[in-house]
Write a protein that binds this ligand. Sequence first.
Ligand SMILES: NC(=O)c1ccc[n+]([C@@H]2O[C@H](COP(=O)([O-])OP(=O)(O)OC[C@H]3O[C@@H](n4cnc5c(N)ncnc54)[C@H](OP(=O)(O)O)[C@@H]3O)[C@@H](O)[C@H]2O)c1
Length: 210
Amino acid sequence: MPLVRVHNFSISLDGFGSGEPQSLEAPFGHAGERLHEWMFATSFWDPEAGRRGVDAIFAARHEVGIGAEIMGANKFGPPGWQDDPDWRGWWGEEPPFHTPTYVLTHRPRPPLEMAGGTTFHFLDASPADALAVAREAAGDLDVRLGGGASVVRDFVAADLVDHLHLVVVPIVLGRGARLWDGLEALEDTFDIESVSSPSGVTHLTFTRRG
Ligand SMILES: NC(=O)c1ccc[n+]([C@@H]2O[C@H](COP(=O)([O-])OP(=O)(O)OC[C@H]3O[C@@H](n4cnc5c(N)ncnc54)[C@H](OP(=O)(O)O)[C@@H]3O)[C@@H](O)[C@H]2O)c1
């Protein structure tokens, strides 16, 4: 059975996946780029100059064996993008997904076909129903859950996630979109491993027990 995977989801020590307020100018709010500096320094992000160590190895797993992505409305655009008929996501005309990509939103719109194999589909559906649609599109490949925090939290709460890779960044944000609220006892259903990187981040993997 193909898996539901989360990769490179970066959180602060206090569990925030973004700061606040989210906006066009500051997509991660007061967190700025601090949650992802570890990734920008890798060869995954910068093949010429990036480091090729443990962070790069973890980061590259994001790409392998994925047939569809699901993301939340707040990852797709800043607050209010639903009122802008011309909004096509943050990523330009060739987004880095290269698969059908399902945007969960209470205000769906017609699909957007982009260059490079990404088509954004807009779904107002429960996590289980959205996953059924994404699985159908992904075929034998896995479905990646791309974030943000509230969508990852909802899918974990609904017991729909098989593999969750978190990157704990040693900063304290204090406010924003928090991953952990309402979740408990994940250690009962997942094997949890951690790897400390020389860069200062900690990679945590939650793998569903067989
Ligand atoms: N730290 C990381 O690695 C990482 C990764 C990805 C994204 N991010 C960042 O995280 C932030 C977004 O996270 P977030 O927690 O605020 O929001 P989010 O998870 O991206 O999106 C939540 C929104 O999606 C819509 N939604 C969710 N479930 C739905 C359902 N079942 N049916 C219909 N609509 C549904 C709702 O929007 P509406 O009601 O408005 O339709 C909801 O408010 C952004 O700043 C993004 O850049 C961080």
